[in-house]
Design a protein around this ligand. Sequence first.
Ligand code: NAD
Length: 481
Amino acid sequence: MADFSMTIGGEAVATEGTFGVVNPATAEVFAQAPECSRAQLDAAMDSAAKAYRDWKSDEGVRRQCLRDISGVMMASLEELAPLLTAEQGKPLNDANLEMFGSAMWCTYFADLELPRQVLQDDDEATVEVVHRPLGVVAAITPWNFPVNLAFWKIAPALLAGNTIVMKPSPFTPLSTLKVGELLRSVLPPGVLNVVSGGDELGAWMTSHPVSRKISFTGSIETGKLVAMAAAPDLKRVTLELGGNDPAIILDDADPAAVADGIFGGAFANNGQICSAIKRVYVPESMYDEVVDALASRAKAITVGDGTEAGNKLGPINNAPQFARVTELVADALAHGATAAAGGKPMDRPGYFFEPTVLSGLSDGVRIVDEEQFGPALPVISYRDLDDVVERANGTHFGLSGSVWGTDTDRAAEVAGRLEAGTAWVNVHLAMGPQFPFGGFKWSGIGVENGPWGLAEFTDIQTMHRAKGTSGLSPISSMVVG
Ligand code: NAD
């Protein structure tokens, strides 16, 4: 029997099967999540399709619902945040912030105008571009920010008039299931369905005949499978995928001044952020100083169980990711890197890894070329600025990147040369519901957030109203009279 229920058609739904959810701070199963069957997914899609008929027609109701959801999230912090910490590992403070951010996303979208543009308004016609909802959205999320990333989808999709079937990661299903439960009292039945299960459930969703749009956040590898699954039915897709963000420090930067920003941009959420700094390029002249500044921060930061006050970093979320970070760091050390801080798993139960700063390595080593998605940061020296921009861009990734320097115009010019969806100057991970976020190249297709993200939950319709009654356009008049 599962400890949490799925939400289908506004009701709690139990399942025959369950799967264990592990607390990464102990590496032990602490709860059972429901395993959605194929028939239950059909029921969720069906209920979303039925709810769509009314939901799409009343914008006022949708805006009010988003405000109500925001209120529920703020009122439920004490219930949701510890649950997120238990399944994800992040410190309670961060879990609270994630809930707060989710509420903020709803408030922002509740007041965002649906884009509408008048193209012609004269004696002949009024022509407008209006945005129409798509129908049922299949929303699939990863384990690093399960709730916040769910709301990156829920808030705009609902405002636009769509209904949703949402599936969280099997590593972190509980907080999203709980959100589904809490919102049963706010949303009409079927508007938001939350199901849980393994990767196979995601694949069923992306090939399901009812869903018209797939909004996916996860790895590049899975993103490609999603795109393939969407193709036969021409479902719309937004793919928010992996990154390998470079941070380039320029030769006029003050190492002491940028160290906090770089460290925070790399180690927030234990490095498990798609757009975290994953490699730092530093001029040779200040290399040692930067490595020391980052290493001293890595050594000083408190790591431990997220439920204990004072810990800034928790464990890595899951066993495969823990194994991957361990392997990439060991590979770097085997290829001549030095661990200026950390370098190995912590000697305690759970998936704890020492915050690690690696020096003495270059491009061509796996931890520089691949996405580590964990608390290990390679620091690479460079001599020539054009060359380092080329190296920063020389991957399939293109999510975001940052450039750090005292002359901010020069830094902005360099940042503008990054092949990345977001280019930051003297900051990293500055995000908000109003800023579009998405990747170039293999880091994604489309964007989330802002009016641009909202538009991705719509198709555009050209609404052409002729002023006269002749009914003839220049083309149709070719065959008449
Ligand atoms: P993942 O791709 O393994 O899983 C993501 C989700 O997809 C999970 O819910 C999973 O069950 C589901 N899934 C797995 N196989 C599927 C399939 N064949 N069809 C449909 N769904 C399927 O990713 P993850 O390990 O959970 O997350 C880490 C990755 O996510 C990293 O690469 C990270 O960079 C990326 N990420 C990107 C963003 C962004 O906004 N660009 C944000 C957060 C995380």
